[in-house]
Design a protein around this ligand. Structure first.
Ligand code: URA
Length: 216
């Protein structure tokens, strides 16, 4: 299955109640299908639902600016959401909606094979870490899963609603840039060690596993 085939298989998806609750279209994802870095938000809002593309509204404009600050462009990365359909009035996703849509996010990740998945906000972070952990506790840190690293960041929409989160959000992207820079340096390191064997990246401890992290 290719990414396009997966996308086509979800066109007009009716698997959960959001299909009947006023969504205009399924918002699958956008960007480089071979991206090394992927960003995952919560779900489409009004403009995303209208245009069929994630992060095109106000939060998207801020995300574009933050990507640039980290030396990344929108076309270089891949951007998706946990749920692919807009909930009515932008309410939070409900557990059955997340459960229905999560396998498709995992399939997207499996097909794109990113090295780093940046989760934006609580929903994406908890969904992919499979742990009910607050974003404030894990933001700006790298968590090694089996096939990729999860790097949680504050959600741009949260910073638009709460001005005091603007600076912490920018700080998260500075940490992301430092992490990515250290990662590419480690990959080309003359030490001969594979990058996984190098325990720290610019003083930023890479968590070994989700288990270690949460002590469960
Ligand atoms: N917020 C999200 O989480 N995703 C979008 O696509 C837009 C806003």
């Amino acid at each position: 299955m290719t990414l396009e085939e997966l996308s086509a298989s979800l066109y007009n998806c009716q698997r959960c109640k959001l299909a009947k609750l006023g969504r205009t279209q399924v918002v699958f994802g956008v960007g480089n299908p071979h991206a090394e870095i992927m960003f995952v938000g919560e779900g489409p809002g009004y403009y995303e639902d209208q245009q069929g593309e994630p992060f095109v509204g106000a939060a998207g404009k801020l995300l574009n600016e933050l990507l640039q600050s980290a030396g990344l462009s929108r076309s270089q990365v891949y951007i998706a959401n946990v749920i692919k359909c807009r909930p009515p009035n932008n309410r939070d996703p409900e557990p059955d909606e997340v459960d229905t849509c999560k396998p498709f996010l995992l399939q997207q990740i499996e097909l794109i094979k990113p090295k780093v998945v940046c989760t934006l906000g609580n929903w994406a972070t908890q969904t992919l870490l499979e742990k009910k952990v607050g974003i404030t506790k894990v933001r700006g840190k790298a968590f090694n899963l089996k096939d990729f690293v999860i790097f949680p960041l504050l959600h741009p929409a949260a910073a638009l609603h709460q001005g005091n989160l603007q600076e912490p959000l920018r700080e998260d992207f500075r940490k992301l840039k430092a992490f990515l820079d250290a990662r590419s340096t480690a990959e080309t390191s003359p030490s001969g060690l594979p990058s996984e064997s190098q325990p720290t990246l610019q003083g930023q401890q890479v968590q070994q596993t989700q288990m270690d992290l949460f002590g469960s």
